[in-house]
Ligand binder design. Structure first.
Ligand code: MLT
Length: 409
């Protein structure tokens, strides 16, 4: 008899975004004439910049010639030309020295943040912010690191760290011991950022308690405030205790192309149950190269073109366009009397639902009355109830239209 992994049966609703998609499809089928504006899932809408497209076309041509054809990539960790370019552009200017073999190219931060837990013991206690990007929680549920579902969509054996307006959406240190701490800044879904001082507290905590920080920096390109760190490695000692995840998805319009990277510093240690320290980097390398055959050559060439002069300029103007949408959303909603957060250093605006109505109820109101799709805060965790997320990824004219429609309700 084949047994199922019963941990999967603990999972509550379907994954958030397919569930939203299902509801939107049902609405569209019932109202075929409706013109829906999607500010729900953070999916980019602008096409790939020219510099990237040109580089990828050239890479396709190389693939068509025997002499320049690329099959499997030797290391499976990523081509040197991309890894070097990332280190030189994203890290060295911020005073972060990284070795080549500390960086792993992958097909997405969703996969990496979901897969990373595999290399850590099943008895570790995880700590997540609430609200949280659901992948961190669901993958630990699947792995069996949590208890059963309890009230409000939470699970047993997880330490939830509420992030509310009171703490500026940056959690307090936990009062009970935790081992794997998931942090995401700029934050999805609240759009909040963490200062160097706030991150230092976490790094110090992890160093003192032999914990690890899993730092999702997928939205760092949207930071506009110069004082905000882009990488956790800007904090002294972080290389001993943190893994960082970065993505080209939102930065360069790669949601449909797929390219990201993860940094596992060689200074990072985890421990055997007898307390013996173990280097984490070779363990992730082993896992990565066993289960993954690398991102396509064409995609990696496209990712490297993000750092060309033209690429940098072109992605900057796209990011500016999305951030002007975020400003429009913030300004309009504030004008309508909503209390809003985020949207300044992140492409997400987080708002209080009006009159304290439930976040799924507000989702339905917005969909039915304004034909606008957002994401209910409760979908990100119990502390997200009473909040709602609007994404800035859309065409400015559509965002303006969405705001006009919301004004009417
Ligand atoms: C989101 O909308 O939260 C993100 O787009 C989801 C993702 O990046 O997987």
């Amino acid at each position: 008899m084949i047994n199922i992994n019963e941990n999967f049966l603990k999972l509550q609703a379907g994954y958030l975004f397919p569930e939203i998609g299902r509801r939107v499809r049902a609405f569209s089928q019932a109202n075929p004439e409706s013109d829906i504006i999607k500010l729900g899932i953070g999916d980019v809408t602008e096409p790939l910049p020219d510099a990237i497209v040109t580089a990828m076309h050239k890479a396709v041509d190389e693939m068509s010639v025997r002499e320049t054809f690329h099959g499997y990539e030797d290391s499976g960790r990523g081509y040197d030309f991309l890894i070097d370019t990332i280190i030189e552009n994203d890290y060295r200017p911020r005073g972060v020295q990284l070795d080549h073999d500390e960086l792993f190219i992958s097909d997405g931060s969703k996969c990496d943040t979901g897969n990373i837990q595999e290399i850590f013991g099943i008895d570790n206690t995880i700590a997540v912010t609430d609200p949280v990007y659901p992948v961190y929680v669901d993958t630990n549920v699947m792995a069996g690191r949590t208890g059963d579902a309890i009230d409000g969509g939470r699970y047993g054996n997880i330490v939830y760290m509420p992030c509310t307006a009171q703490n500026n959406f940056v959690p307090e240190l936990p009062t009970e011991p935790v081992d794997m701490i998931y942090l995401c800044y700029p934050n999805n879904p609240t759009g909040a950022v963490a200062t160097k001082e706030q991150l230092k507290k976490w790094v110090d905590y992890a160093r003192t308690n032999k914990a690890i920080i899993l730092y999702d920096a997928a939205y760092e390109a949207f930071i506009s405030d110069d004082s905000i760190p882009h990488s956790i490695y800007e904090i002294e000692g972080a290389k001993e205790v943190a893994i960082e995840f970065r993505s080209f998805s939102k930065t360069a319009g790669f949601t449909g192309v797929r390219c990201a990277f993860t940094i596992v510093p060689k200074a990072l240690r985890a421990y055997k149950t007898d307390g013996t320290p173990v280097d984490v980097n070779p363990i992730w390398n082993r896992r990565h190269c066993t289960k993954f055959n690398g991102v396509s050559y064409i995609t990696q060439v496209g990712a490297a073109a993000v750092y060309s002069d033209a690429g940098k300029q072109q992605i900057r103007s796209i990011i500016d366009l999305y951030m002007s949408n975020a400003a429009t959303i913030r300004k309009s909603l504030t004008g309508f009397g909503y209390k809003v957060y985020g949207g300044i250093n992140a492409p997400y605006v987080w708002l209080h639902t009006p009159d304290g109505i439930g976040s799924w109820e507000f989702f339905d109101v917005l969909l039915n009355k304004a034909n606008v799709v957002g994401t209910p805060g409760a979908g990100f965790g119990a502390a997200g109830e009473g909040y709602f997320r609007l994404s800035a990824f859309n065409d400015p004219a559509k965002v303006a239209q969405a705001m006009e429609r919301i004004a009417k309700i």
